[in-house]
Design a protein. Structure first.
Length: 95
């Protein structure tokens, strides 16, 4: 898992990186469809280091590999320090 600074999400909603638990999923997973993508607004559960949190899919990560998750800073900070940059080995699934 990585984190990003949010902005205009590809699902048609702004992503507030410091104040919400949302994620961007890989472009391979979301495909070419953006605003009306059926995965937009879906809830995912993320587990890492004995912690489990839920988040909402609000964006697409073009630079992510299939299965990667790009989290808001707020969500990332629940699992580790942003200075780590990347948290390898997370588990996630659609809730």
């Amino acid at each position: 898992m990585t984190y990003y600074d949010g902005g205009g999400g590809s699902c048609g909603h702004n992503v507030e990186t410091d104040g919400e638990d949302s994620v961007a999923l890989s472009a391979q997973l979301l495909g070419g469809l953006s605003n009306n993508n059926p995965l937009c607004g879906k809830q995912v559960t993320i587990k890492f280091r004995g912690k489990t949190y839920t988040a909402v899919v609000k964006d697409k990560c073009v630079g992510c590999k299939f299965g990667d998750v790009d989290a808001t800073r707020a969500l990332f900070a629940k699992f580790g320090e942003t200075g780590e940059g990347r948290l390898p080995g997370i588990e996630w699934w659609f809730s």
